[in-house]
Design a protein around this ligand. Structure first.
Ligand code: GLA
Length: 390
């Protein structure tokens, strides 16, 4: 929905003028499951945004509505819950809770959410909602936080309020992305660099339409296996604090110290970090074949070593091979379903989308959703929602 329409709906519900904010979903080009290992990631924001409209209330209540859900939530600022309840509104409430803890939330508010980011596809609809809500609350309360601080606060919402042990990647890129660029983030120092994506490239995102119920438990299990790797490796190399610190030589030289499955998880992370840095160099020099090859390697590693792919993701990746204009692709996000991301020549992108959909359907009988994307800016205040004189 256009921001002006969101503003109109808001006036219809609440009878007052809102301020509008929006934040984008993301796709990760390379660097998967490395963020919670203090490693490197290279996501980009995509042109699907979550809009949050807000106005102040004098009675200390938060009233939260969504264009995508019938129910409204009403809650007193003095009675905010400590934990989420498994509803979409958790992502807004969790932000309110964290801001209140920092003394940054004093006033009640009317809130209307309108989300365009496909839900449950692994494109970070929740991060988009958190980040847009954070900016909205901060503006209402005339406080500001730096964008990296907002990203950290939103990650805390996931970790503490929602109970998902995710890394910082999604919230960070939703805050700091720039149009026409991918964002290379060092998840330990939070230093980042913008890497231009050539104008001739489209990011074609293919949704397998599969959502595996296992994903949260398996995600947390991968984290534990990585922690176990650090624990065992640091006995031999005390300077190792995270898998980020492990070199290939150290890993290979310590293979016998690690249970097989822990070795496989570590091998993925150590090599994936190296691939992200190689991928940055490839993109910066316009070596799209090189970048595409690294994406393929990343997928194989996620499939065979980290074991977070699934049959449908593998089929979608295979279905892209040899289509015109295709440089490379891989599963993206946490895994066990969701989307693949494909680097495709802009002119070939519409035909690519059609052909990959046909190939995937022929093998699975599932119609996939396809999104042809360029990278966009991170969170923003939307000025154009102000009504135009008739
Ligand atoms: C999910 C999490 C991220 C990251 C990816 C895997 O998207 O939210 O923090 O760990 O999985 O790379």
């Amino acid at each position: 929905m256009h921001p002006a329409q969101v503003a109109q709906r808001f006036r219809d519900y609440f009878g007052v003028e809102p301020k509008l904010f929006s934040a984008p979903g993301r796709v990760n080009l390379i660097g998967e499951h490395t963020d919670y290992n203090d490693g490197f990631v290279m996501p980009a924001a995509i042109g699907y945004r979550t809009h949050v409209a807000i106005s102040p209330r004098a009675d200390g209540q938060l009233i939260i509505r969504s264009q995508q859900a019938p129910e409204a939530f009403e809650i007193d600022l003095e009675r905010l819950p400590a934990r989420g309840v498994g509803q979409w509104s958790d992502y807004v409430l969790g932000v309110a809770v964290m801001l209140k803890q920092r003394g940054c939330l004093l006033h009640g508010a009317n809130i209307l959410v309108d989300g365009e980011v496909p839900i449950g596809a692994g494109l970070s609809s929740s991060a988009a909602l958190e980040v847009a809500s954070a900016l909205a609350f901060l503006s209402l309360n005339e406080t500001s936080l730096s964008l990296p601080e907002i990203a950290k606060l939103c990650q805390k919402v996931e970790n503490v309020f929602v109970g998902a042990r995710v890394g910082i990647m999604d919230q960070f890129v939703s805050c700091l992305a720039k149009a026409g660029h991918a964002l290379l983030l060092d998840c330990r120092s939070l230093e980042w660099r913008l890497v231009p994506i050539p104008g001739s490239v489209r990011l074609v995102i293919c949704n397998t339409m599969v959502k595996h119920a296992l994903s949260t438990g398996e995600y947390n299990r991968r984290r534990e296996q990585c922690d176990e790797g650090v624990r065992l490796l640091s006995k031999k190399y005390p300077e190792i604090r995270a898998l980020r610190d492990v070199s290939l030589e150290q890993l290979e030289g310590s293979r016998s110290l690690l249970p097989k499955v822990v070795y496989k998880r570590c091998a993925h992370i150590v090599r994936e970090n190296l691939r992200v840095l190689e991928a940055e160099a490839a993109l910066a020099t316009g070596d799209l074949n090189g970048f595409g090859e690294l994406m393929r390697q990343s997928h194989q590693s996620l499939r065979d070593l980290y074991e977070v792919s699934c049959e449908e993701l593998d089929l979608m990746v295979e279905s892209a091979e040899r289509l015109p204009g295709y440089w490379g692709g891989r599963m993206t996000g946490g895994g066990f379903g969701g989307c693949t991301v494909n680097l495709v020549n802009a002119e070939s992108a519409p035909a690519f989308a059609e052909q990959i959909a046909a190939r995937y359907h022929a093998r699975t009988k599932i119609h996939p959703d396809l999104y042809i994307c360029s990278s966009v800016d991170g969170v923003q205040a939307e000025m154009d929602a102000v009504p135009q004189p008739r």
